[in-house]
Design a binder for this molecule. Sequence first.
Ligand SMILES: [Mn+2]
Length: 382
Amino acid sequence: MSGAPSSGPLTVLHSADLHLGRSFASWGDAGQARQQDLLDTLDQIGSLAREHEVHLVVLAGDQFDRHNPEPALASRFLAWLDRLNQAGIQVAMISGNHDSYWYEDSVYRQSLPPNTILFREPSCGEPVMLEIAGHSVWLYGIAHDHTRHRDVLPGFRRRGDGDIHIGLMHATVDPRPDFDVADRYLPLQRVDLATTELDYIALGHIHGSRTINDGQPGMAAYPGSPEPLDTTETGERSVLLLRFTGGPPSLSRLPCGRRTARRQSLDCTGLGGDEIANRITDFADDNAILTVELTGAPQEIPATEDLETRHAHHFCYLSLVDRTSVVDAGYVRQIENERTIRGQFVRELRDLISNAQSDEERETAELALQLGLIQLQKRSAE
Ligand SMILES: [Mn+2]
């Protein structure tokens, strides 16, 4: 593939934030399977690189969830790099804030296959120049380092005309103005990227997919995590396929990942516990990391923890969020007229709710009504 000059485009696959070895500690039994999903996705990325006959793979940090993963996992990753080596595909990578090179026992301090370039410095020194498929490719990389103040942009700048200039950084581009981003997460503005005049900057750190300065000098993109890492990483996951013919590349997304995280709303108005359970199993999908938001006014308080446990096997992972309204629920209306302790409790809490002086006060009283009824329901079940 390399060697003889060609006039064809340079093709590059860009990924980041795979977080291999993540523990998924709060996922119970599903956690172990998720670690295997990450490895499957790593293999899928390698297959996509070979299938699309890319010349170069760039990995923009957080390949691992921590800097010193299990030796078996490190070996697995090295073997993956080696398979790309055998396919004649170059790799360039940086470490991220999760897998920082800075530590003495960093996974990246072992010897890497000859196709792999690792940027080890937290500021950009001399770029690395490669001849690939008839193109001169200049690579500029910044390794994550939380111990040094980094004024990274002076060195991270196009040197020389012509050719193809690609940067790699693990950074927070255009942070929300109301959000204070620590220096170690490298807060930068899109205009800072434009001034680098690089043809493309391969970004990592933000787990959603986003393109910045599209078609302009200093074009940059986040591929996002290729496999969802929690319930909030919703929607299709992808890696980026870039074609360089001079100037900013054309960019397309290649779908990837084993599972998909999504949210689903379920109106529980008038439904009892069994009916709510049936509606949840209607969503059954082995590949779904599903969050169901329960709304409306049900007949009974949804037993969310119990429902999660009993129906987890229909999904990769199931999480229920109870946003049902206790105040208007059928069972509360029934209880209200009872000459019982819980009837008294409901009447008093409903008074508090209707006489609340602020939204906060009303929400607190509603929550108290809900939690109190759950406790009373548990007690009557014992
Ligand atoms: Mn990350």
